[in-house]
Design a binder for this molecule. Structure first.
Ligand SMILES: C[S@@+](CC[C@H](N)C(=O)[O-])C[C@H]1O[C@@H](n2cnc3c(N)ncnc32)[C@H](O)[C@@H]1O
Length: 274
């Protein structure tokens, strides 16, 4: 099989390090308890990437997770692209603790994977929600939050939102893009966060807020609507010219997880990319 991989920038390498560091701590702590802790990579990718900085191959999040010691009890990797799930299967060899799914994680997670991490089954899960864009349904995030057993890392793809949804004139936005945003956000309340019609005589909607305000409003929703008890301020992942590509969020029902991620996030906060 011809290897399939993405070329990634320094911000992706930082994200991979953050997630790897936390997965290692998480598995170490959970292994000491009588719980079934599982790892879920919902937008798993190919398992390896080509580093734009060094030109070398580097492990993607699935491979990093498979190398965590002590290991998770189960690994669940989902990708829409069948050649990528196949590649992960090859990387995993004959490990019986690895499950791969070719499909849309917005349907696979609620139907096949989250039910393995219920309170009744003494399940716990660390779930990565790492899309290229905003094609992640808020319903999935809410289900994870309400279960009380799942911790998530989530890429809040502000670049996709800025390019396709948050125009100065909201009337010029393609309805398809509005529908994507509503699905990602869970309703239309992002409009009230970003637009106001009281600043002009004509009652036109005008964009009045920026990236940080939108990210903070999403953080509030993770706590107040999805029900995650702990949501640290996300880390802005920036490209070489300092533009934020996405915010890396963590959300958890667990105070210890929160404390560890705060510590890791603070090491990387505002580092940006070289
Ligand atoms: C940013 S890459 C994942 C990178 C990987 N998590 C890592 O850090 O190594 C996003 C992946 O999501 C997959 N994808 C896109 N939409 C999806 C969906 N709805 N469900 C599952 N996978 C999806 C793409 O095929 C792509 O491989």
């Amino acid at each position: 099989m011809k290897p399939d991989y993405d070329e990634v920038g320094l911000w992706s390498e930082m994200k991979l390090e953050i997630e790897r560091d936390y997965a290692t701590e998480y598995s170490r702590i959970m292994s000491k308890q009588r719980l079934t802790h599982i790892y879920i990579d919902a937008f798993a990718g190919a398992g390896i990437h080509l580093s734009r900085t060094t030109g070398e191959f580097i492990p993607g999040s699935p491979l990093n997770a498979l190398m965590v010691d002590p290991p998770f009890k189960e690994y669940h990797f989902i990708d829409l692209n069948g050649s990528r799930t196949e590649q992960i299967r090859e990387l995993a060899g004959d490990r019986a603790d690895v499950f791969t799914y070719e499909g849309d994680c917005n349907t696979v997670l609620p139907s096949q994977v989250f039910p393995r991490a219920t309170w009744a089954k003494y399940g716990r899960a660390l779930c990565l929600l790492d899309p290229y864009n905003i094609d992640l349904s808020w319903d999935v995030v809410v289900q994870a939050g309400k279960m009380g057993t799942i911790e998530i890392f989530l890429n809040f793809m502000i670049m996709d939102i800025n390019m396709n949804v948050l125009r100065h004139d909201p009337g010029s936005v393609d309805p398809v893009q509005i529908a994507r945003m509503n699905r990602f956000w869970g309703d239309e309340s992002w409009r009230n966060v970003m637009y106001d019609n009281t600043g002009n005589l004509f009652g036109w909607d005008e964009k009045v807020a920026g990236n940080e305000v939108l990210a903070e409003a999403y953080r509030k929703r993770l706590r107040e609507v999805a029900g995650f008890k702990f949501v640290p301020v996300p880390v802005p992942m920036k490209n070489s010219i300092g533009r934020t590509i996405y915010y890396l969020f963590f959300a958890s029902p667990n105070a210890t997880g929160h404390k560890i991620v705060e510590y890791i996030f603070n090491k990387y906060r505002n580092k940006g990319a070289a």
